[in-house]
Each structure stands twice: as C-alpha cells, then as structure tokens.
Design a protein. Structure first.
Ligand SMILES: *[C@@H]1O[C@H](CO)[C@@H](O)[C@H](O)[C@H]1NC(C)=O
Ligand SMILES: *[C@@H]1O[C@H](CO)[C@@H](O)[C@H](O)[C@H]1NC(C)=O
Ligand SMILES: *[C@@H]1O[C@H](CO)[C@@H](O)[C@H](O)[C@H]1NC(C)=O
Ligand SMILES: *[C@@H]1O[C@H](CO)[C@@H](O)[C@H](O)[C@H]1NC(C)=O
Ligand SMILES: *[C@@H]1O[C@H](CO)[C@@H](O)[C@H](O)[C@H]1NC(C)=O
Ligand SMILES: *[C@@H]1O[C@H](CO)[C@@H](O)[C@H](O)[C@H]1NC(C)=O
Ligand SMILES: *[C@@H]1O[C@H](CO)[C@@H](O)[C@H](O)[C@H]1NC(C)=O
Ligand SMILES: *[C@@H]1O[C@H](CO)[C@@H](O)[C@H](O)[C@H]1NC(C)=O
Ligand SMILES: *[C@@H]1O[C@H](CO)[C@@H](O)[C@H](O)[C@H]1NC(C)=O
Ligand SMILES: *[C@@H]1O[C@H](CO)[C@@H](O)[C@H](O)[C@H]1NC(C)=O
Ligand SMILES: *[C@@H]1O[C@H](CO)[C@@H](O)[C@H](O)[C@H]1NC(C)=O
Length: 449
C-alpha cells in the first residue's frame, strides 16, 4: 500500500536527541536501560551538551534592544546497533513522535545539507536479517524537517538487549542530520493517517510482544542539568532515582481530533512559592522533553516572577534578580492533582550578566527560565523534568511522578508488571482537567526529528 505523504501536523514534537551508551547498566530481566546524552540548542545541528537556555541580545531596527531565548530545544542522543552486522547508529530518542527511521547512505542530502557520517547510516544490504515491507514511509516534523523512504524490519539491540524484527523505515531522503527513535503513543505513528491508516508495534509495544518488558511503560531520569546525561528504563522503575513517593496522575487528552491522548499532558492544579499560592487555576501542562525551558500563561508568568522576588525587564522579556547560589532553597512547587514537584530557583536561573549591563531595566544579573507562552498553555520542558522522575504508562494513559534524586549513583530497579510498584494514586486524581482541547497546544516547542 502506498502511504500518503502526510505531514504530522499533530502539534508538538518533542524532540530529543539522546546519546545512549552501549555499556551495560545494572538491569535485570523485564527491564531495558538506555542511557543518553542531553544536547540543547537552537537547532539539532548546533546543539551540544551542557548548554542551558539563555537570553541573548537582539538589536531592533529602531535602535532599541530586546532579547531572544537561545538553546530552546533539547535533544536526547543515544546509540543503538542494528541488523546482523550490528551497525552502530546514533539516534535521537523522541517521546513526541512514534516512528523509528534510520538514515540511508544513499540520502542525496548527505552530500551537502547533512553530515551523514556524524551519527552513522544504515545499509540494509549489509544485514542478512533485514526485510523490506515494500511500503512507503513519510514523516514531517514541526520544524519542517522530513524523512521519506521505505518500511522494513530488522533486529535492533539496545544496551545489549535485542528486539527481533522491529519495524523501522530506511530513509533514502531526509534533511534531518540524525536518525530518529520515536517512542510516543502508537496513535502518533505516521502510518496512522486519517483515511486508510493503521498502527503497528513501535519499539515499546514490540518489547512487550516479545516478553522483553511486561508493559508499555518507561521511566525517564535526567541527571542534574550540569551533568547532561540521563536514562530511560523500559519496563521498570528505579526507586533510587527519586525521593518521597511516586504518585500517579492521569494523562489528559488535549487534542480534539483524537479520542485518546497522543501527547503527554497532565493536570496542573496549582503553582506555589512556599506558602504563597501563585495560581490555582486548573490547566493542562505538556511534559515536553524536546523543550528546554518552562512556558506559562502571561498572568502566571507575572505572578511567579513577583512571588520569586524578581523584577520584570521589558527589554529582556524576563524576570531578573541577583544570582543566587545552590544554598538558596527557594523553590517553585508544581502541584498535579496532589503530586508535587519542587523546582529550585537555583535550577531555574540563567545568567544574563552580559546583557543586564546594557539593559536599563534589568535588576540583577540572572533571569528566571520561565517564559510567557503565547496563549493559555503550559509547557514544562527539561528544566522542569530535571527535577522530576517520571514514569510514563502508555497503556493506562497515566504518569507517576516523584521528586528526582539528582546525581544518584545507586540503583534499585523493579519490573513494572501491571501498576507501577510503590506508586499511589494522587490525592485529587479525579480532579483532572477537562477544559477546552485547544488550550494546551504548543507553540514554542518546535522540533525535530
Ligand atoms: C555514542 O557513540 C559515540 C561514538 O562512539 C560516542 O561518542 C557517544 O558518546 C555515544 N553516546 C552515548 C550516549 O554513549
Ligand atoms: C552497502 O553494503 C553493500 C554490501 O556490503 C555494499 O556493496 C554497498 O556498497 C553498501 N552501500 C553503501 C551506500 O555503502
Ligand atoms: C558491513 O559493513 C561493515 C562496515 O562497512 C563491514 O565491515 C562488514 O564486512 C559488512 N558486512 C557484510 C555482511 O557485508
Ligand atoms: C527541510 O526541508 C523542508 C522542506 O523543504 C524545509 O522547510 C526545512 O527548512 C528543511 N530543514 C532543514 C533543517 O534543512
Ligand atoms: C527511495 O526509496 C523509494 C522506495 O523504495 C524509491 O521509490 C526511491 O526511488 C528511492 N529514492 C532514492 C533517492 O534512492
Ligand atoms: C512491516 O512488516 C511486518 C511483517 O509483516 C509487520 O509486522 C509490521 O507491522 C510492518 N510494519 C509497518 C510499519 O507496516
Ligand atoms: C516542596 O516544597 C514544599 C514547600 O516549600 C515543601 O513543603 C515540600 O516538602 C517540598 N517537597 C519536596 C519533595 O521537597
Ligand atoms: C532591585 O532588586 C533589589 C534587591 O534585589 C530590590 O531591593 C529593588 O527594589 C529592586 N528594584 C526594582 C526596580 O525592582
Ligand atoms: C533566595 O533568593 C531569593 C531571590 O533572590 C531571595 O528573595 C531570597 O531572600 C533568597 N533566600 C535566601 C535564604 O537567601
Ligand atoms: C549522574 O551523574 C553522576 C555524577 O556525574 C554519575 O555518577 C551518574 O552515573 C549519573 N547517572 C546517570 C544515570 O547518568
Ligand atoms: C551534580 O553533579 C554536578 C557535577 O558533578 C555538580 O555540579 C552538581 O552540583 C551536583 N548536583 C547535586 C544536586 O548534587
């Protein structure tokens, strides 16, 4: 069958570039651990490790100065090996799309636009276990990158664990510089077009089918922002990577065109700074690993800046204050129907000293990396996710959250059989957001492939 060249117009793609290592992690049967490097940048090509969002000067035509946010996107880069010849390929691990595709060396863009050798390409004639599906593949991403080619299947190995005959596309034409391993909801698959679409077993589902994991779930852990590594555990939870208790909340459907959620948005019940409740208006908030910063509606942006004792710089479009050190424990508490995550002001601060001297209304040389969203939506990017340990349950449309235990080196991994072990239902689980479906669509998270 010929799949139409349909563009994934579905909001957001979180995108990540993951760098995973093939070193064995401490795991057991029923769990697959996959480590990655977090790269941040304005585009995939300029993203590197250790980058944080920051503000940069922009001179306007009228001579005034304003600022622009840089390193807005996060990418999780990982390594996999594919086929009988164990071809090693770097992939961008993406929770915001659901298809895996690998770059072919015959991609004409490899000559000019794209450096295909940087992360490696897949040569199917070099794998005796590869089989073509003889169907066309086509995907477009929000940042207008695309990939087209043909579907096939082959064995892939992740951290020493082999998944047999995983479906993926071989892209013989793409202007993305890296192959993509999408692990989002099957409803997001590029084959699932509205006319004659279908879904297939993408990686998490295939692992369940082969008994490698028990359930289509994964836990995402980002080491501290200074370290820029993280890992994802398919099928399991690592109790050493969080403090307090895991609390389960519902994933809400923010897309009116889909009967089930296709992105991971949760109910944000309130935001506080200490005992000061900044907002208690219930909204949907997108957990977006492809976005670096946090975006909040205008009124909340203002109230939060004030609650944090910062002052607004209209030239910078951000709240500024005197930089603090790690000992300052001021934090913003995000409450999701009872599950709370604290994000310290220290984690949120970004250095603007280079700009503040030339901006008369900047009061201090740090700014808060919470920005105004263009509508009433929230996007909680990596700056938030670094403080949270998040278990994504794609079967039950739930996430379980706890405060992250940053820089943890211990492990205590447990297989997820049905429900997430040791997780309890959040206290106000039933007070789930059910507002208009338009209010959480993302505008600022562009992303890739
Ligand atoms: C992936 O492999 C490349 C090349 O061997 C290496 O430089 C990189 O660190 C690896 N990434 C991870 C996350 O291990
Ligand atoms: C793919 O591998 C085959 C067999 O090893 C080889 O003949 C061919 O040149 C390779 N193709 C590319 C584009 O490297
Ligand atoms: C596959 O490619 C690699 C690297 O180009 C080469 O070393 C190997 O011999 C090839 N294997 C087969 C089966 O063609
Ligand atoms: C990829 O191609 C599309 C369509 O031609 C274009 O809009 C987009 O800017 C290109 N992106 C890159 C990174 O080359
Ligand atoms: C890419 O693959 C498709 C499907 O097999 C084929 O029709 C097309 O000619 C190929 N294009 C290139 C540039 O190899
Ligand atoms: C490719 O073919 C295999 C074997 O028939 C099938 O299981 C899989 O779902 C197909 N993949 C896609 C994306 O159609
Ligand atoms: C988060 O901050 C609140 C208010 O300061 C505090 O009561 C709570 O114990 C903190 N939670 C965690 C997990 O640190
Ligand atoms: C600037 O910050 C200082 C202390 O951080 C504060 O006392 C002062 O009121 C602030 N000024 C403005 C204009 O907000
Ligand atoms: C922490 O930083 C905030 C913002 O500058 C400030 O208002 C607060 O007083 C500081 N707390 C301590 C204990 O220094
Ligand atoms: C997190 O960072 C610490 C300190 O650099 C390191 O020892 C640890 O292995 C990292 N953990 C993961 C899961 O990357
Ligand atoms: C984590 O490790 C990094 C690098 O070693 C260090 O800068 C940071 O302070 C540590 N963070 C915590 C919370 O221990």
């Amino acid at each position: 069958m010929k799949a139409s060249f349909w563009i994934l117009s579905l909001l957001i793609c979180l995108s990540f570039a993951f760098s995973a290592s093939l070193n064995k992690l401490d795991t057991e049967d029923g769990v697959v651990a996959f480590s990655f490097h977090v790269h941040r940048g304005n585009t995939l090509e300029d993203a590197t490790r250790y980058n944080r969002p920051y503000l940069s000067k922009r001179s306007n035509e009228d001579g005034t100065l304003s600022s622009t946010i840089l390193n807005e996107q996060s990418f999780y880069l990982a390594n996999i090996s594919v086929g009988s010849s164990q071809q090693q390929i770097g992939v961008l691990l993406d929770t915001g799309s659901a298809d895996m595709w690998l770059m072919s060396q015959s991609n004409p863009y490899c000559d000019s636009t794209v450096d295909c050798n940087k992360y490696g390409t897949f040569n199917e004639s070099n794998s005796t276990t590869f089989e073509s599906n003889n169907t066309d593949f086509s995907i477009g991403y929000v940042d207008h990158r695309f990939a087209t080619g043909e579907w096939g299947h082959d064995d892939i190995t992740i951290n020493g664990v082999t998944v047999n005959q995983q479906s993926f596309a071989v892209a013989n034409k793409s202007n993305s510089s890296i192959s993509v391993l999408g692990i989002g909801f099957a409803g997001l698959e590029s084959t699932n077009d509205p006319t004659n679409g279908y879904t297939y077993a993408n990686l998490p589902i295939k692992m369940v089918e082969q008994g490698i994991i028990k359930k289509s779930v994964y836990s995402l852990y980002l080491n501290s922002s200074q370290v820029s590594t993280g890992n994802i555990l398919f099928g399991g939870v690592d109790h050493e990577k969080y403090t307090g208790s895991l609390q389960t909340v519902e994933i809400v459907n923010t897309d009116s065109d889909s009967s089930k959620p296709i992105t991971v948005a949760v109910t944000l019940s309130s935001i506080s700074v200490g005992s000061n409740v900044v907002t208690s208006q219930t909204s949907a908030a997108l957990l977006d690993s492809g976005t670096t910063a946090i975006y909040a509606p205008s009124a909340v942006f203002t109230a939060l800046g004030e609650a944090l004792g910062a002052s607004y710089s209209s030239a910078l479009g951000a709240y500024t204050f005197n930089c603090i050190d790690e000992s300052n424990d001021t934090a913003v508490t995000f409450d999701f129907t009872g599950a709370q995550i604290n994000v310290t002001l220290y984690e949120l601060q970004i250095d603007v000293s280079e700009l503040s001297s030339s901006v008369s209304d900047a009061n201090g040389s740090c700014a808060i990396s919470i920005f105004k969203s263009s509508d009433s939506s929230y996007i909680l990017g990596d700056v938030f996710l670094t403080s949270a340990y998040v278990v994504y349950d794609l079967e039950n449309y739930q996430v379980s959250l706890a405060q992250s235990n940053q820089n943890s080196t211990e492990t205590n991994i447990e297989v997820i059989q049905s429900t997430v072990p040791s997780a309890s239902t959040a206290k106000y689980y039933s007070s789930t957001w059910s507002g208009s479906s338009s209010s959480s669509s993302s505008s600022s998270s562009a992303s890739t492939s």
